[in-house]
Design a protein around this ligand. Sequence first.
Ligand code: PRX
Length: 634
Amino acid sequence: MGAKYQQFHQRSISDPEGFWGEQSGLIHWNKPFSRVLDYSRPPFAKWFVGGETNLCYNAVDRHLKDRPDQNALIFISTETDTEKAYSFRELHAEVNRCAAMMQGLGVCKGDRVLIYMPMIAEACFAILACARIGAIHSVVFGGFASHSLANRIDDAKPKLIISADAGSRVGKVVSYKPLLDEAISLSKFPPKHVVLVNRGLDKTMERTAGRDLDWEELRTKHMNAQVPCVWLESNEPSYILYTSGTTGLPKGVQRDVGGHAVALAASMKHIYCGNAGETYFSTSDIGWVVGHSYIIYGPLIAGMATIMYEGTPVRPDGGILWKIVEKYKVSVMFSAPTAIRVLKKQDPAFLKKYDLSTLKFLFLAGEPLDQPTAQWISEGLGRPIIDNYWQTETGWPILANPMGVEDIPRKFGSPGFPMYGYNVKLLHESTSEEVGTDEKGVVAIVPPLPPGCMSTVWGNDERFVKTYFETIPGKMVYSTFDWGIRDKDGYYFILGRTDDVINVAGHRLGTREIEEAISSNPAVAEVAVIGVADQLKGQVPVAFAVVKDPAQIASREGRMKLEGEVMKTVDLQLGAIGRPARVHFVTILPKTRSGKVLRRSIQAICEGRDPGDLTTIEDVSALQQVRDALAGKA
Ligand code: PRX
């Protein structure tokens, strides 16, 4: 396996200060740091201590000298048939206007700004404006509904929320404002102001006088604003992004400033091979970590144009992504396996219809990339398909093929090798010893975590330590909560989560969150949600619910009616993103004698596998109920 890569990786582990000290030169520092790494309080790693920088400066201002008129942001919506490109100069002007509008509303360094927006250019301006003035952004995915949004408002306590009247999905207007209003009314810490972009999609949008303000009105007041970048110490927080875990309450992943900028700049060079002047196209959403790292910050820091795409891969037809690649001469593309599986059902001629000569690589991440899908797209495009494995917590790849260092032969199904800075180990779940070749272990990282990884859980250092560093017995190592194996050639393979997190079409969801949403339906006494393998989406949530009144589900009609109602409850609480594919009704759930729901056994039955060791089960008939429900007998 690649000698050059091995040397590069080895150095990053044995001499992290030397290695990252060199990488730090990829970004602009207003004041140099005094120490590369302070690891005096494990597992908290402080990178580039004392250095001062600004993410917006590195993403925008820094490029004004060499490439002011080059495209920086290209907004494309096939939902509203809109296309607009902003040069670095124009992006700079818009970000300044937005920063001035935030300052005018009293937003200062350290204040939180919650961004609940569709994939529109204003979302990018808002994110960068926060970075410019040192406000901490908390972007909430537009697919989340009121209850989830309220949880995030209460945890981050934003001074300001920026939103829009609506998004659009598959030609259907999705109103944001009613969900936001409901969330604010549920919240214990309502924001003082809400700024709304009015796209004219939802003509019925209501406004609360004194609180709700119009983006465009404020913008026009600040047309010539020049807001200086606020220089931040490298370890100050830049953003919070909530992600699901084992509990019902999502964790606020907090990231820093300097380490974040250096890590993304380094990844653009060593992994993604994106160069200034080229165009980067990530099909993700700004509500997810891929959107943060590789729609907004990474490409812009590298001086690339970045594409923000509101639309699906198949509208108006299955060639739309490739049409965009041709038109904007995309050199690096980033998507998720689900998108490719969707395209696989389309006419393969679309892959040949457009001039894709500028495209160097297609990176795929977020969920397991199955071999047939990898092979299909690899042959169809004739370009390297690079699987990369990482998490919201890490912000950039843990495993990948470091194309900028060395192009190591790829194996379909494997996301490759540990990236520089990550000291990856596969540990036995109970002995905590390293497992051997081809043996399954928990993917763990020996701290300190490299720059760019989460610095802590927002407002809860203890939760950070407990959740991530104390789950592998006897060792203070970071657990990814993924199973993995390494083959004899050193290639890693990811086998799925060790916890109750599921992955639906590349979207990470906690089964506990869905269970909590379902439990709020008054008809439901108890529920278990599991992830079941799905050909297209990777996994889908399936619920097994015990009802309070069995008469309600005595008939098929009754069951169908209640199933619909439960799904609606999830839509309202969590958003359609968490809606179970099926809700089955049973009278008891399979549990251990100590009362733990046997989720893995239910999952195995749903996937047609053996339910495993059942010696601890309280009542075996509960499993039969699961089987009967699946067979449509219940
Ligand atoms: O289970 C792993 C899976 O997605 C989880 C992280 O999801 P999220 O926090 O949304 O971050 C996505 C960043 C790309 C991981 O714990 N996962 C992510 N990438 C892969 C993957 N599973 C298999 N192969 C991958 N390439």
